[in-house]
Design a protein around this ligand. Structure first.
Ligand code: COA
Length: 198
């Protein structure tokens, strides 16, 4: 027995825990990373010893942010989470997981509409690589309505994004969209009126 955080921990439990060291990959386009993504990262980081946030190099989504920008944002968002690292990947996700020696892919499920897409993706990945398992975490209720495209649209139309994205992402939206991302609509309308009156 040994003392760990005031509790008696059997030695064999500690070695068991060391043997079971488990890593997982949370992959996505993250264009941009939202508070919904961050919630999932934090929860997965509690479950796994090591979490790799893998930013997809290629995406059919024609991202607003470049790969380098998405990587920089992701690093900023997770910088206080010691067991989370950020990496990039291209090609098939299962090939990346195999190359990393990781057997678990984490995905978030928000609403029923996510299910069909996620189900197809998980089954296809399993058909290609049976040893890689997909684990789903239910998104926190607060973020069940949230998506990266909604955030992009709000920012592009001059709405406030602070409640939806971490601060580093909010700053990146501001840089990318020239300030429209953080100017409140009322404030924007007021400055437009003032400019028109001049
Ligand atoms: N909270 C809030 N929103 C969430 C969320 C959560 N927990 N989880 C997902 N979302 C939203 C995102 O905001 C995003 O919204 P959008 O569609 O409006 O942009 C959407 O759900 C999913 O985006 P993201 O989480 O970034 O992941 P993705 O679906 O873009 O990622 C890959 C897909 C990259 C993992 C997948 O395409 C892939 O593996 N590609 C590699 C090629 C491959 O292996 N193909 C075969 C796959 S079968």
């Amino acid at each position: 027995m040994s003392e760990e955080a005031g509790r008696c921990v059997p030695e064999n439990f500690k070695s068991m825990k060391a043997r079971n060291k488990q890593a997982a990959i949370y992959a996505g386009t993250f264009d941009p990373m939202t508070k919904g993504h961050l919630d999932l990262i934090e929860r997965a980081a509690h479950i796994f010893d090591r979490l790799i946030v893998a930013v997809a190099e290629h995406s059919r989504k024609n991202p607003l942010f470049s790969l380098e920008e998405r990587l920089e944002q992701a690093r900023g968002v997770v910088r206080k989470l010691p067991n989370v690292e950020v990496d990039r990947f291209s090609g098939l996700l299962v090939d990346y997981a195999r190359a990393k020696g990781v057997h678990v892919l984490v995905r978030g499920l928000r609403v029923f509409s996510d299910f069909e897409f996620e189900f197809k993706m998980a089954l296809t990945n399993r058909a290609m690589t049976p040893e890689v398992e997909t684990l789903f975490l239910m998104t926190k209720e607060d973020y069940s309505f949230l998506s990266s495209s909604t955030v992009r649209e709000i920012a592009e139309l001059g709405g406030q994004t602070a409640q939806f994205v971490p601060a580093v992402v909010q700053a990146a939206l501001k840089r990318k969209l020239g300030g429209a991302a953080v100017v409140a609509p009322a404030q924007k309308r007021r400055s437009q009126r003032l400019a028109a009156d001049e």
